[in-house]
Design a protein around this ligand. Structure first.
Ligand SMILES: [Zn+2]
Length: 414
């Protein structure tokens, strides 16, 4: 199976090369605009034909070398195709921001410490931020693809598409199971085969989200053009920060586990129950947290490391006794954050119960997948709800590419 991700790196250019690269990017964007004009007015969508009609102009007027001229046609046709698939057929694509699309090995190449790129007047070499890039040079596992050069805030960045060969472990090869419960007090509580619980505190996140929310409310009341601009900037900053938190947590979750690990998460697709168990004043802070982005990141990172992710029915995970399987609402004392099983007397901090139950469901899933029958009969007969749980379809970690905001699922609507 293949995963495609985008590696972002900063390019360090000398002053002289900066001017050269920027001139190339500007020429490229201008050429794209020229090609776009042709495509828009003629309706021509064939690559060969567009190239035939624009190539001479692009070479002479904008000074692009031949490879770059071909790329420009591909870039523009790609934009029109993307627009058409999004339902915007009659829109002319504009290329205002300087950019450069590069094909691997022809227009650019990367070695461990050097970036080499073709410009309108010859090839140049430059250094780049290679931290975290080392792994991509393992040839059997990763392949570099097209890249895009971007100029932002006076700096040059390269967005490289990297294809990764991954293999999801077979169920019979799984040697380690971890349950991850996502919540309010703790963004994630994990319980694994080693019997240890790990917590990722939600306190700092809760405070920061509350801060952003207050800021937003204040600006909304002002309602001037400048306050609207600030509102937008703050929204973007909050999104970046949330993405970063998700990245750090998902990375920590997979890096601490070996290959052949099964991660078990609640399937929060039909999220209603999550809003039900969250107090109204906590809803913005906790429920609209981009759990979807977190799980996407987790699935990606797990796959890269030969680990597997499954999603199970979330009902009763916080009310079920992980030892005897007894389900009762009053097993849990929310105020005291204590869990005491009314059947067997097992007691624990209630924050880890969800994770322990998810862990148990992971084990059940493995037993079932290998025997073809329902496993853990003892637990099951004690918990009639559990057999219903086991019969629910289990969603395996799939990666859907989304283009929306991190809050792809609006939990607030409930
Ligand atoms: Zn019990």
């Amino acid at each position: 199976m293949e995963l495609i991700k985008t590696a972002k790196l900063q390019i360090y250019l000398s002053e002289e090369d900066k001017a050269l690269v920027l001139a190339s990017m500007r020429a490229y964007s201008a050429a794209c605009d020229h090609i776009s004009e042709y495509i828009f007015t003629t309706g021509d969508r064939s690559q060969a034909s567009v190239q035939r009609h624009t190539y001479a102009d692009v070479r002479t007027k904008y000074g692009l070398p031949s490879q770059m001229a071909c790329n420009a046609v591909r870039t523009v046709l790609g934009s029109y195709r993307a627009n058409a698939s999004n339902g915007h057929k009659a829109v002319k694509c504009r290329y205002v921001v300087p950019q450069l699309t590069l094909s691997w090995n022809r227009d650019y190449s990367l070695t461990g410490d050097k970036f080499s790129v073709g410009t309108i007047s010859g090839r140049i070499k430059a250094g780049y931020s290679s931290c975290g890039m080392e792994k991509y040079f393992v040839k059997e596992k990763y392949r570099f693809g097209a890249a895009k050069m971007v100029y932002k805030h006076g700096k040059f960045f390269l967005h490289v598409s990297v294809t990764c060969e991954t293999e999801e472990p077979e169920n019979c090869d799984i040697r380690n199971v971890v349950g991850h419960d996502r919540g309010i007090r703790f963004l994630v509580a994990s319980y694994g085969s080693n019997g240890k619980t790990k917590f990722y505190s939600g306190k700092a996140v809760k405070q920061k989200r509350a801060h952003y929310q207050a800021l937003r409310r204040e600006l909304q009341q002002v309602g001037t053009p400048s306050s609207r601009r600030r509102l937008k900037a703050i929204g973007q900053r909050e999104n970046r920060w949330m993405r970063d938190v998700d990245h750090c947590i998902s990375k920590a979750l997979v890096e601490s586990e070996p290959a052949g690990t099964l991660h078990v998460l609640e399937d929060l697709t039909g999220i209603r129950h999550a809003t039900e168990r969250v107090r109204l004043k906590d809803r913005y802070v906790s429920v609209s947290w981009p759990y979807f982005a977190l799980e996407q990141k987790l699935v990606y990172k797990a796959r890269e490391r030969g680990q597997k992710v499954i999603f199970v029915d979330p009902r009763y995970t916080s009310q079920t006794c992980p030892k005897c399987g007894h389900v009762a609402k009053n097993n849990r004392n929310k105020k005291l954050h204590a869990f005491t099983c009314t059947n067997c007397g097992y007691t624990s901090n209630d924050d880890r119960i969800g994770a322990m139950n998810l862990y148990r469901m992971g084990i059940e899933y493995l037993v079932e997948s290998q025997t073809g029958t329902s496993g853990l009969r003892g637990a099951q007969s004690a918990v009639p709800q559990c057999s219903a749980t086991a019969a629910m379809p289990i969603r395996c970690g799939s990666v859907q590419r989304t283009t929306g905001q991190p809050q792809a699922r609006s939990f607030m609507a409930e």
